[in-house]
Ligand binder design. Sequence first.
Ligand code: PLP
Length: 416
Amino acid sequence: MPTALVDDRPTLDRQLAEAADRFGTPAYVYSTDVAEARLAHLRAHLGRWFAVSFAVKSNPNPALLGWMRDRLDYLDISSGGEFDLGLQAGWEAERISFTGPAKREAELRPAIAGGLGELVLESLREAELADAIAAELGVVQPVLVRLAPARVPKGFGDQMAGRPSPFGVDVEEAAETLPRIAALPNLRLIGLHIYSGTQCLKPEAICENWRIFMQVFSETCAALDLTPEKLIFGSGLGIPYHPGDSELDLAAIAAEIGPELDAFAARFPATRLVLELGRYLVGPAGWFVTRVVAVKQSRGSRIAICDGGLNANLAASGNFGMVLRRNYVMHRIGGEEDGTRPEEKQDISGPLCTSIDKLGGGVALPRLEAGDLLAIHACGAYGPTASPLYFISHPLPVELMLTGGQVQDVTRIGRA
Ligand SMILES: Cc1ncc(COP(=O)(O)O)c(C=O)c1O
C-alpha cells in the first residue's frame, strides 16, 4: 500500500507540528495525498469490477467532499443534511444515493425534488412515502432496495444484518415486499443494495460476504425479473487501527473472488457494480493531533492529560461501538529525534471529568512532558462528526487538509 507520507515520519512530523502550531489543537489533519494513493490502490485491485461510492457519514468535511468530486464516482448520503453538503461541495444530485433507516418526509421531499440519483429504500413504509412525494412532484424517482442478508460471516466490526436489524428489507421478507415496491407507479426500481458489515480485516470474510451478496442479488433479480442498472456492494473493507493490525490485502481479495466477480458481471452485462465505502479511503489519511497539557505521576503510572479526548475523538477513546477499548496506533510528534527520552509505558487521557476519557493505556512512548504533541493514527473517518463535541464545552477541534505539503484550514464544525 503506497503511503509515502506515512513512511516518511520526519516529514510528516514536521508538517503536523507546523499545522498544530499555526492552527491550534486538538486538530484533525487529513492528507489528500494519502487518500489519493489509497483510491489508486483500490481502483488498481478492484476497479475492474467496481465503481466507487463514498459514504459521506464517514467524513463529511466539505473540502474533502469537494476534493473527491472529480475523483470518485458516487456519494452515498444518509440524511438531508448530507445531501446539502454534497450539493454544496459541487456534486450533481444524480451522482448521489440516499440510504438510512428512518428517512423523514422533510428530507425525502427536497432530495426527490432536487433530482437525487437513487433513493435506497429500507422499508415498504419509506417506499410508499417516497411514492406519494414523487406523485405530488410529478416525477418518477429511481430507487434501489436495501436487502438485509440472513448471514454475515465472522470478522466484521459491526454486523448490520444476519440478526434482527433496523437496516433494509430482511431477505426472508423480500418475496412479499419487493413486488409491492416495484408496483408503485412513481418509483422506478433500478437495482439493489446491501451493506451488512463494516471494518473487516480478513480477505476471506470479505470474499465470503460478497459471495452472499451475489447470491442474494441473483436470486432477487430472477424473482422480480429485474435487469438492474446498479447493484451496490457495501464493501466492509476495514483499516488497521490498533498495534498489530495489518493493512487489508486487496490483491488477495481480488485473486480469490475475481473469477466469481467476472462470472457475475458477465451475467449482468448492463449493470454497474458499485463498492460503497468510507473508512477505507479516508481513515488512514487522517491524524488526530492533541497536545499534552499536564503530566501526572499517579501511584506508579505516568498519565499525560491532553487537550482533546473523547469529546473530540470518540472513536479513539474506544467508545464508538467497541466492546473493549484498545489503543489506537499513536506516536509522539518529533519523538524519535535523539533517544534522550527512552520509551516507557504511559496512560493518555483527555480533558474531560470522566474516567472513560482515555485515549491510551500503557502506551510505549518517549517520556511525555507538557507541551508535547501526540499524533493518533487512522483518524480520518468517524472523527469530529461522530464525537460528542459539546460535552464540557472545550474548544472544538480544527480540521486541516494537507496536500503536497501545504496545510489549509478546512474546519467545518462551529463555522458553518
Ligand atoms: C449504509 C452504509 N454505507 C456505508 C458505510 C460506510 O462504512 P465504512 O466506513 O466502514 O466503509 C456504512 C457504515 O456504517 C453504512 O451503514
